[in-house]
Design a protein around this ligand. Structure first.
Ligand code: ATP
Ligand code: MG
Length: 293
């Protein structure tokens, strides 16, 4: 992308359309056909290597920041996907931020405040493991959480559409100032979530991941699906698209995310900066000076 040309989201059937027509019931949670696991993993590793190469160029180019947002139901696979897709990227140009229930200090500010502080700087890749979208997901399912936010003039009729408006404007502002934003909804089915939570109970090395609260929370599954559907429809826009990734098959999910991350970085056309003739002559002089010393 050069200055003045509009960035456009990588094409994919998983892209959430910008016209509000996304239906979560119709969105797939698994691949449409049987896949060869080893081949899928090999393809993912190839993408990861490409991501590593492009990250070096993004860093050298130093104009764009890339932000990848991950949202999912519990056990949707956010942590493992982030780990797999970004394995090997240079830690100096990469940061992951996780957002939990807000602290007292965070509650003293508007809901975008804590997110703004974690945005990647130019040249870097930032990943959000959960994000400002919790404010229209978990908080929507539990509007009682709004009490802690002490909003004057709180109106439950209008707050969600106001938040969507805030989020769209915030992301548009970032996009116009050099941050590329791509968002992933890891779409896991209720049945697969059951299986994964059971595995966290049954497998000692996964016990630490089990949170008894997740069992209670999934009773609200239909409310979450409604909240996700509306959030994606209201905030998937050309400057900050959502992709709904089938998440029941982990290797497939990771490959889809890696592919979109790779294509996003590639679409920027970043490269190592080339120097002009004057700079080249200056370098030649430096070389001579170094050799003389
Ligand atoms: P994860 O579940 O993402 O793997 P974790 O288990 O390490 O992460 P949790 O203790 O589950 O961490 O913290 C995440 C919790 O914080 C989630 O239940 C999430 O809904 C909640 N949370 C995040 N942001 C907000 C918010 N703005 N308001 C209320 N709750 C939030
Ligand atoms: Mg959790």
């Amino acid at each position: 992308m050069t200055v003045g040309r509009k960035w456009s989201a990588p094409k994919s059937e998983l892209l959430v359309p910008f016209d509000g027509s996304f239906r979560i019931d119709a969105a797939p949670t698994s691949p449409s056909r049987e896949l060869d696991k080893a081949a899928v993993e090999a393809a993912r590793r190839e993408r990861t290597l490409e991501i590593y190469e492009l990250q070096r160029k993004l860093y050298a180019d130093n104009r764009y920041a890339a932000l990848f947002v991950f949202q999912a139901m519990d056990a949707g696979g956010k942590d493992g996907t982030i780990r797999n897709v970004f394995t090997g990227v240079n830690p100096a140009g990469f940061q992951v931020s996780s957002f939990k229930a807000p602290s007292d200090e965070e509650l003293d500010h508007d809901f975008l405040w804590r997110v703004a502080q974690q945005l990647p700087e130019r040249g870097r890749i930032g990943v959000f493991n959960r994000s400002h979208y919790e404010e229209v997901l978990v908080v929507r399912v539990h509007p009682e959480f709004l009490e802690g936010q002490r909003l004057p003039n709180l109106d439950l009729e209008t707050i969600w559409s106001e938040r969507f408006e805030s989020i769209r404007s915030f992301e548009k502002h970032l996009a116009e100032n050099g941050t590329i934003i791509v968002k992933f909804f890891l779409n896991v089915s209720f049945q697969e979530q059951t299986r994964r939570l059971l595995r966290r109970i049954d497998k000692p090395t996964r016990n630490w991941k089990f949170n008894p609260g997740d069992v209670k929370e999934r009773e609200r599954w239909p409310d979450y699906m409604h909240a996700f559907e509306e959030a994606l429809n209201e905030t998937s826009r050309p400057w900050a698209p959502w992709y709904a990734i089938p998440a029941d098959n982990k290797p497939y999910m990771r490959l889809q995310v890696a592919r979109i991350v790779h294509e996003t970085l590639e679409s920027l056309g970043v490269d190592f900066p080339k120097i002009d003739e004057a700079a080249r002559l200056a370098l030649a002089e430096c070389r001579e000076a170094l050799e003389r010393q």
